[in-house]
Design a protein around this ligand. Sequence first.
Ligand code: MG
Length: 308
Amino acid sequence: MNTTLFQSLPDAVSVYEVSPRDGLQNEAAAVSTYNKTRLVDALAESGLQRIEVTSFVSPRWIPQLSDADDLLKMVHRPPGATYSALCPNRQGLERALATGVEEIAVFLSVSEGHNKRNVNKSVAESLAGFRDVVQPALEHGLRVRAYLSTLWGCPYEGEVDPKRGVAITRQLFDMGCYQVSLGDTIGAGTPLQTKRILEMFLAEFPSERLAMHMHDTRGTALANVIVGLEMGIRTFDASVGGLGGCPYAPGAAGNLATEDLVYTLHAMGIQTGIDLDKLLEAGRVASAIVGRDLPGKVLRAGVRSLRR
Ligand code: MG
């Protein structure tokens, strides 16, 4: 029997928390700045070191995150933590610089259809626009991350050619982005597809420059993450409680739940620096501030229910 699986697991991986931004942006509930502060502080308290706190997109696009400047002033920033914000343009960068974030993120889609609907630009126009953001951010000492959406499929175009994603990723690295997070925006990815996509990317780029941002809309996020882990990916995006539904399927799950990821990693002997009990506490805060039960499975079932 071939048992080469899990022969080279890492000692530790990095979890990139996106619930305050990606989660709340996709929630219908209006959440006060104070309650967002409670969530971010609870996440930091759990040991999460990388948190995407908010977004400096125009308040006209995403009114839920229009309090970005105030929020970043109110949250407690533990030493060593990296707080990040989405930053689509030069105006957003000016706001980000005023708040003292350590990192910003730019975002675009592999598919033209999704990029057009999302930011009203072609992919080439998005990439050209990043030149006003990325280099100035680097000159101010910020790190710049990039999100590449719809790599596993597009809600408007269906199948996506991963080679397009590889070409876009090369341009993002050439611009100075330190990491590109590969996104399954519609949560349609499956393990063999993930293997094929990652083979293309890992043939071109070092594994530490790549992250995975998987959605659990069809219950496959963690399976895809395990494929990535096995292939050398060491950064995974997640959202506590699975906060943030799927924007294309109302009521369905969106982001992979951080506690489901952490529970699995810890059980495999892989460290994250996160206290799972405190992470569940942050999940309860997330649930309380949006006023609904969240889909995260470990949040619902608990960690210790199997103990006698
Ligand atoms: Mg997401």
